[in-house]
Design a protein. Structure first.
Length: 366
């Protein structure tokens, strides 16, 4: 007897259904043993099987000493720490976002082959230097990374002791019985803000002898962001700062002691920030004038640079370095609030953003 059979396959649930017209069009669920018998009897032509594929994943990009004040001689040690990989995890997701396989690299490896994958189009996600507080569920799917509750907190990025969190992704197509290759670029989620040059050039009516510089700090730093897969959207209305502010919760790692003669090699790691809510991250100089507290806060990379500055007005982006050069002229007319920039007429800011391998420079004048 000739049977005319139509196949309906649900690959995601690994179940196969067969519609057999000789059975009155009833839908019959075949388990794996029955399926194996069927494939042996009728052959595999035209069927969809879970064909094994393999993928060699190689990491690329700027891969990063604890945050510290140091001499220029420490630059190489800092660079090494900022690029160090402490742990690497790879997720291979199916085209519908479900997990095919999770793989953890062995220590000190940047390239490994993942076997036992199912052929097809995949989204490959790489995360590195994952903070210990973050755990990935066994049933993780790609959408987990887009959940606003799964974030990187700035507290975990204050130093490079455990490595700076990095992430990256790409789409690859795997073929059956073939070892495919993919180079996945990864980059840090944080940005780096550095105090560059500091010039005191008082205008008439402003006495340099009455001025003392005490601190440089970051205010209204975003407290947490998504992991960059695909976005680094920040958590709204949650801020950290080098001192307590109207909006900022104090974090000591966001402040450094300085003076007019000692300010070199001060830098901070911050999370990406725009000014969509009017609360972009600030870098603030603090001091006293005639014995009274005075602050010089300014937005980072908020305008397109001129006179050689390379700022582009995009505020703070992941994996970029912002060098801020400051000129103070109106020493006695700073802000009384470390979170509120003064009248723009009294402040000129030049930012020079750079990728991590380079530095973006911003010149600031008050």
């Amino acid at each position: 007897m000739y049977y005319f059979i139509n196949k309906i396959a649900d690959y995601e649930n690994e179940q196969f259904y067969w519609k057999d017209r000789s059975l009155g069009g009833r839908l019959v669920l075949l388990g794996w043993p029955a399926l194996a018998v069927f494939l042996y009897r009728y052959g595999s032509g035209g069927t969809h099987t879970r064909e094994n594929a393999s993928l060699t994943v190689t990491l690329s990009g700027q891969v990063p000493v604890s945050k510290a004040v140091g001499s220029p001689d420490d630059a190489e040690a800092v660079k090494e720490a900022e690029n160090k990989l402490h742990n690497v995890t790879v997720f291979v997701f199916n085209s519908n976002g479900t997990l095919d396989k999770k793989h953890t690299f062995a220590p000190n490896q940047i390239s490994e082959t993942i076997t036992g994958l199912v052929a097809g189009t995949k989204k490959v996600v790489v995360v590195a230097n994952v903070p210990s507080a973050i755990t990935f569920p066994d049933s993780i799917n790609y959408g987990w990374f887009e959940d606003a509750g799964n974030v990187i907190d700035l507290d975990t990025q204050a130093t490079t002791a455990d490595g700076l969190f990095m992430s990256g992704e790409d789409t690859v197509v795997l073929s059956a019985n073939t070892v495919s290759e993919a180079t996945i670029p990864i980059s840090r989620v944080v940005a780096k803000v550095k105090l560059g040059t500091l010039t005191i050039a008082p205008e008439a009516g402003h006495d340099a002898a009455k001025f003392a510089l005490t601190k440089v700090m970051v205010m209204k730093a975003r407290s947490s962001v998504k992991m960059g897969l695909p976005s680094v959207d920040y958590t709204p209305n949650a801020f950290y700062g080098g001192m307590q502010g109207d909006k900022s919760t104090v974090k000591t790692y966001l402040a450094e002691t300085i003076s007019t003669g000692d300010y070199a090699n001060r830098y901070f790691y911050v999370l990406p920030s725009d000014n969509g809510d009017g609360n972009t991250t600030l870098i603030t100089l603090a001091g006293t004038y005639d014995g009274q507290p005075v602050y010089f806060p300014f937005r980072i990379n908020d305008t397109v640079g001129s006179d050689g500055a390379t700022s582009d007005g995009t505020f703070i982006r992941r994996n970029s370095v912002y060098v801020v050069n400051v000129t103070l002229k109106r020493l006695g007319s700073g802000s009384d609030n470390p979170e509120v920039p003064a009248d723009p007429a009294s402040l000129t800011v030049t930012v020079e953003p750079q990728e991590w391998a380079t530095d973006l420079i911003q010149n600031v004048e008050w």
